[in-house]
Unconditional design. Structure first.
Length: 301
């Protein structure tokens, strides 16, 4: 038979458990009506009722597919390969705490909203394999914390904004397989943390800026299938970390400066001419391949 003290202890434990459960439920439902409304705007603009993984609107926001909540704020939206159809709403820029936005491999159309530059906490932006068109908004250069910007295989056009050179944290920039034209901005040479630069299959022209030789951390440089001309920058000899280098199908006047590069460092090396009188003859043609910038598999992040 329990003593009064024991009974009191059991009662207090029950209250403690109930309070913990209550706090947990409160934490789940803590997302503000404002942020819930922003999510609903995305849902309505991209035909959420036709998604592969639909949101159960009766559940707390923290239980919605692809949504991560921390301290009552939406910090991640990951709707990769989820049959989103429509446009990214301008309201997307109002998520003050969003750290990751992955809308890759869907059926999004229209332009990237200018408000995307307001996502000050954003570290990952993946919109590849959609049907986005129009210019890349220059406002994107305000994303100083962004580490990855992947937008390959869309219909983006116009110049690459020089403002991207302000995104000093950037490690991955992949704009391959779009309709971009004009010159590669010199400002990209300020991205000293950049490890991957993919500009394959656009209509870029002019000379490749020597400033790209400042990208000492660069491991992959894919400029193939454009209209680039002039000489290969002599500064490319400084790219000691480079492992994948593809410049084929352009209009370069000379490959002379390739002699200043250590071609033994490359795992993949593709260009238009095989000169048996230079060190390039040592490159194994069977090893070369086109970097998988066009249909690379997007991972949930």
């Amino acid at each position: 038979m329990n003593t009064p003290v024991q009974n009191y202890s059991k009662i207090m434990k029950v209250f403690a458990i109930a309070a913990f459960i209550g706090l947990d439920l409160m934490a789940q439902e803590k997302v503000s009506e404002g942020e819930r409304s922003l999510l609903m705007d995305l849902y309505e603009n991209t035909k959420g009722r036709e998604w592969v993984h639909k949101w159960d609107l009766e559940l707390p926001v923290s239980d919605w597919y692809g949504i991560k909540v921390s301290d009552g704020n939406v910090v991640e939206i990951n709707l990769f390969r989820n049959n989103l159809v429509g446009q990214i709403p301008e309201s997307i820029g109002k998520f003050e705490h969003l750290g990751a936005l992955n809308l890759a491999f869907n059926n999004l159309r229209g332009e990237m909203p200018m408000s995307i530059g307001e996502l000050a906490q954003l570290k990952t932006l993946k919109v590849e394999m959609n049907g986005l068109s129009g210019k890349i908004p220059k406002e994107i250069g305000k994303l100083e914390n962004l580490i990855e910007f992947s937008a390959f295989n869309n219909f983006l056009s116009g110049n690459i904004p020089s403002s991207i050179g302000s995104m000093r944290s950037l490690k991955i920039l992949n704009l391959s397989s779009n309709n971009l034209w004009g010159e590669i901005p010199k400002s990209l040479g300020r991205l000293t943390n950049l490890e991957v630069l993919g500009l394959f299959e656009n209509s870029l022209n002019g000379r490749v800026p020597g400033e790209l030789g400042n990208l000492y951390s660069l491991r992959e440089l894919v400029l193939a299938n454009n209209n680039l001309g002039g000489d290969i920058p002599v500064e490319f000899g400084q790219l000691a970390s480079l492992r994948i280098f593809q410049i084929q199908n352009n209009r370069f006047d000379s490959f002379e400066n390739l002699k200043g590069m250590d071609t033994e460092q490359f795992l993949v090396f593709d260009y238009d001419r095989w000169d048996t009188n230079s060190q390039k003859k040592n490159i194994d043609k069977e090893r070369t391949r086109l970097a998988k910038t066009k249909f690379e598999d997007g991972e949930d992040k």
